[in-house]
Design a protein around this ligand. Sequence first.
Ligand code: ZN
Length: 196
Amino acid sequence: MSEPRRNFDKLLVEVSKIVARTPALQTFAPVPDDLEFVPREPAREVFANSLQGKLPPAIAPLQALVTATEAVLESAQWRATYTKEELGQDFIDRYGYFELYGPEGHYISHQSRAFLGYWGAGLHYPSHCHLAEEIYCVAAGQALFGVDDADGQVIEAGHTRQHSSNQSHWMTTEDSAVLCLVLWRGPGLAGSATLE
Ligand code: ZN
């Protein structure tokens, strides 16, 4: 088995542990049972390298997840969804995610989707929505999460935030970067987010 494959397997084990012991995640979407690993080309290596040693400090129960994420930084197929014209160069340079499992993931699944996403400090991810339902679990750091026009709420490591289908939501990082595990389920699983 290749080194990247072994590292993705370790990350999948850690994600499975977090999902299993976090009732909100387990209820939302248990880890699929149709996972099939597919080799994928790494992408956005410059961004991946910029995260070496820079992931926000983790708290004890989530340390293994952060360590396992660090181990796949260089082999992950990092994506951005948006362009610099939409969100600005600084946002694009300091934000990225990869799909651990799902329709286009490192492991293919048609049951649900899991992303690991990183936002540097001091970024505003403006209101956006998508058909699929979503739950964020902050893995390290913290961010301000908001829906519609309501005031945001700080979500810290180990805590979750759920968004319903097509619900408008936004996120702002302040002094700290944030690393999140994000799950999607339901219709629109293979879709993507659009800005409003
Ligand atoms: Zn979302």
